[in-house]
Design a protein around this ligand. Sequence first.
Ligand code: AMP
Ligand code: MN
Ligand code: MN
Ligand code: MN
Length: 280
Amino acid sequence: MDSPQNVDLHCHSNVSDGMLAPAELVARAHRNGVDVLALTDHDEIGGLLQAADAARGLGMHFVPGVEISVTWAGETIHIVGLRIDPHDATLAEGLRDTRSGRERRGREMAEQLAAVGIPGAFEGALRHVGNPQLISRTHFARFLVEQGVCRDVSEVFQNYLVEGKPGYVPMRWATLPDAVRWILGAGGVAVIAHPGRYHYTPLQFQALYDEFLQLGGSGIEVVTGSHIPEQYREYAEVARHYGFLASRGSDFHAPSESRIDLGRLPQLPAHLTPIWRDWF
Ligand code: AMP
Ligand code: MN
Ligand code: MN
Ligand code: MN
């Protein structure tokens, strides 16, 4: 294809915590003018073949992706893998392991919520779940909104389900070396997702970037629906300084929830090297 105009390399279907089925997501992206789309469900690749089929039917370029939950220095971070082989057995097995604690965690979250007067949260969250292997905090958040406990999902994440609040259950996700190894082993490239959301000190960020590069990681999200515009500039500078390839993605989850729709975000700053530079 000619150089793409609208690249969106981060979004979620109902195979993880998005609300649209993979084919609906692809159709919406196409309507929004996206010409290259990656589906990056949390710890799941089960929607990739459906999405690829739908994209083929629309003549749209599709990139198989995944967003892996990682525990690094005591905090959860997300590593996106792009252009992965959806049939890679080691990646599939690593993701299966990463997902495996989610049901147990969901039951503990529900016990904590019951203790503060909100019963039935596990069953209630399950009604929002599209994939029983991927019970996420987002599904609990939707249940809490439905119950009128909070006005919207972002209010939930201020008062519940986060450290120090009811419904928070710490998790040990994948390690950074494993996540990067699975992605590279499946032929993909690894990208640090929405760094602006992490609470590290400057020294810890430096250590994260150094370790990630040493492991063979290559990209960082600069323009993402999870950043405010000031952070576009901040992480453009990080990309330049460390020699990261830059990525752009809406992190779209649902029409009713997401601040930024598929493809509806600014272009990467011109001085950065896009991660898709040699894909076409
Ligand atoms: P989990 O992987 O189950 O811990 O759930 C993480 C998901 O919760 C993220 O991928 C987001 O979709 C959602 N989430 C986390 N923090 C927030 C927030 N402040 N506002 C909205 N959604 C959030
Ligand atoms: Mn999510
Ligand atoms: Mn994320
Ligand atoms: Mn995401």
